[in-house]
Ligand binder design. Structure first.
Ligand SMILES: [Zn+2]
Length: 140
């Protein structure tokens, strides 16, 4: 069972994010980076925030990831999540890509087990319409 129901409305990706989600559809977590200075960032942008280059490339997500921050949703923002409360929302950081922070969820984790700095690994979760969502699992 997916961490959050696939009946939860999914926002339509904008032009910059479309390629990120196309990679996710193939279960590949990729982040946009600058083809000139190498700076990676997320969410995707049309211009490098470090050098203003428009030369955009995609790099694979590093395996090393950790919880940068997290919170728990205790109120249903949509009827689809009413039976999933409380659920966590976590900001995942990748030490090898300092400009990248990904908002996601940590699955299969007791609320008391979540901690800032906890090491996590990528765990693909089924989303709507054949999409795969990058979620994370605590490393023990
Ligand atoms: Zn750059």
């Amino acid at each position: 069972m997916p961490y959050l129901p696939d009946t939860l409305p999914f926002p339509a990706p904008d032009m910059d994010a479309a390629e990120f989600w196309a990679h996710c559809r193939e279960r590949r977590l990729m982040f946009q980076a600058c083809g000139d200075c190498g700076t990676a960032q997320h969410p995707p942008l049309p211009v490098c925030p470090a050098c203003q280059s428009t030369n955009r490339v995609w790099v694979p997500a590093p395996a090393e990831a950790r919880v940068f921050s997290y919170t728990f949703a205790h109120h249903a923002s949509h009827p689809a999540v009413r039976d999933r409360l409380p659920y966590n929302v976590a900001v995942i950081a990748f030490p090898a890509l300092p400009g990248v922070k990904l908002i996601s969820n940590v699955i299969d984790a007791a609320p008391s087990a979540l901690a800032v700095g906890a090491d996590v690994e990528l765990a693909w979760d089924a989303g709507p319409d054949g999409l795969w969502l990058p979620r994370f699992r605590l490393l023990t």
